[in-house]
Ligand binder design. Structure first.
Ligand code: ZN
Ligand code: CU
Length: 541
């Protein structure tokens, strides 16, 4: 950083000589960018101007700050205000509340014990009583490094109103959920999210979601969905999402799009065609993705039959401890997946975070079954008991070709699906998915520079202008005079992810500067401690 004396400067900061990608997908151009206060005030030749702070960025790419359209960072925002893993990737705005889960809507009631287990080790107490507005106040009181875009999640709403009951809502319960959506909309949310593969979202019929999505549509929200099935019934699940979009009259965002399981590889070709056809007929549907061929979620998701999850963790553990029910569960699972009797599948399922038994982290279910001399499904059920169901697993069951097919598609934005973290303290003990640290640099390094799957301008668009368009963000996502100065600067030849499944807590390389609202939040790859982020309310941004 070079200090220049200029008492009457028009600018507080100038980015000098960078290659500007404006986020629209247009070809880049070399220009200076002048910032005053929180806004970009000039883009062009500012060689005769000076500013108290001048960043020499010739040879570097200057882009809008990245918008991570799919995160779960509402979980970590209160114990990790620096949001290090997000900021270090060049992310300046995170959409939270995805997959039906909204931390700002949980309460101290026992029904939310599972959610509180995310917070308790970091000393966060639920003081906001399920009011999003109060949650956001608390976030702002302590500060946050990136902007936060909130959503209201169906799973959390359903738990609030119906507990973990596996049945349809009564008319009164449905009305209560609609009221909560309206209240969340007043509190500034942008989207209504579902996680139809997770309990209790999985207990909901399509009709239940349509009724709620109609309310969300009236409030001006979009519908983001973790589909009911990302494997054997992916196509039907996309059909369901599109039907919800049509019948509720609401824009649809398909979250972390993928085809899970070898026998389903290639199905994304068909689902992308379905999306294109729906768009051609007038439905506003888009999707997002993280650039990895493995996913990570709760160990029980996609393995245990739905009925086993009813009632929440205590009830699940009790069922798994009953020898008779265990046999029934195994029979049911193997009837659906005959190949799960063999090792191949279980070698691809690897325990990620297991807080009670850290020594299990990184072991495949197949390894555990061999060590314990039991069937892999018994190993799964035992680990679920030992961790009181609070255990995650990585699944190496996607295809690289599909990852590339989805990434290339012009409607695909980039979304990490991460809970932002830091390589510090207790946070560093969890085996997180490398997407948490690597998503954006990996697209720029591996898929743009190495594989040439996308041009740099296209990739930047997928991280900025495209998600901004989905959200209806007016002042961010595009570099133009008058916009908020959320800006990312990276080196096109060195930008790269370093996080791996074995050693996830590694910051990427090549992200040089990040500005949030005109303030330098990351300098030469190092967070400065500046907390210039805000919770963006839909009515105001
Ligand atoms: Zn999800
Ligand atoms: Cu998610």
């Amino acid at each position: 950083m070079k200090e220049e004396r200029a008492p009457s400067s028009r600018f507080d900061l100038i980015l000098r000589g960078g290659t500007v990608f404006d986020g629209t997908g247009a070809e880049p151009f070399v220009a200076d960018v002048g910032v005053r206060g929180e806004r970009i005030v000039a883009i062009g030749d500012l060689s005769s101007a000076s500013a108290p702070c001048v960043l020499e960025v010739a040879g570097l790419c200057v882009t809008p700050g990245f918008i991570d359209i799919h995160t779960h960072s509402d979980i970590s925002v209160l114990y990790n205000p620096q949001q290090t893993s997000a900021l270090a990737q060049g992310v300046t705005t995170q959409v939270v509340g995805n997959c039906g889960i909204t931390m700002g809507l949980i309460t101290e009631e026992p029904i939310f014990s599972y959610e509180r287990r995310w917070l308790a080790p970091h000393g966060v107490r639920v003081t906001w009583e399920g009011r999003l507005e109060r949650f956001h106040e608390r976030v702002l009181e302590q500060g946050v490094a990136t902007n936060i875009i909130p959503q209201v999640g169906h799973g959390t709403l359903r738990k609030r109103v119906m507990g973990m009951e596996r049945r349809a809502p009564t008319a009164g319960e449905s009305a209560r959920m609609q009221e909560l959506i309206e209240q969340a909309a007043e509190d500034g949310v942008w989207g209504f999210s579902t996680g139809l593969e997770y309990a209790p979202g999985s207990y909901a019929s399509t009709e239940e979601i349509i009724a709620l999505a109609k309310t969300a549509a009236r409030c001006g929200l979009f519908y983001s969905t973790h589909l009911r099935d990302e494997g054997d019934h992916l196509v039907e699940a996309v059909e369901e999402a599109l039907r919800i979009g049509w019948e509720a009259g609401i824009p649809v965002q398909l979250s972390h799009h993928k085809a899970d399981g070898e026998r389903n590889w290639g199905a994304v070709q068909k689902t992308l065609r379905m999306v294109e056809e729906a768009r051609a007929q007038g439905l506003d549907v888009m999707l997002d993705q993280y650039p990895y061929d493995a996913y990570l979620t709760s160990l029980l998701t996609g393995i245990l039959p739905d009925w086993v999850t009813e009632g929440g963790p205590d009830a699940v553990v009790e069922r798994l401890q009953s020898p008779a029910l265990r046999e029934q569960i195994k029979r049911e699972i193997l009837a659906r997946h005959p190949d799960w009797d063999a090792p191949a599948h279980w070698q691809r399922v690897v325990v990620a975070t297991a807080r009670n038994n850290r020594h299990l982290q990184g072991k495949s279910i197949w390894q555990l079954a061999r060590e314990r001399g039991c069937h892999p499904l018994d190993a799964v059920m035992d680990v679920l008991i030992e961790e009181h169901t609070f255990v995650s697993a990585a699944r190496f069951t996607m295809s690289e070709e599909d990852v590339q097919t989805v990434l290339k598609h012009p409607l695909t934005s980039i979304g990490s699906d991460a809970i932002s973290t830091a390589p510090l303290g207790k946070m560093s003990l969890d085996r997180v998915h490398p997407r948490t640290y690597g998503t954006f640099p990996r697209v720029l390094g591996r898929y743009v520079r190495e594989l040439r799957l996308l041009s740099l301008a296209e990739a930047v668009h997928k991280m900025t202008g495209l998600p901004a368009h989905r959200l209806g963000l007016r002042e961010r996502g595009v570099l133009r005079e008058g916009a908020i100065a959320d800006i990312t600067v990276f080196h096109p030849l060195t930008v790269q992810d370093r996080s791996t499944f074995e050693e996830p807590h590694q910051l990427p390389m090549g992200i040089e500067y990040v500005l949030v609202a005109g303030r330098i939040a990351l300098e030469r790859g190092v967070p400065t401690g500046v907390l210039a982020g805000r919770v963006l309310r839909r009515q105001e941004a």
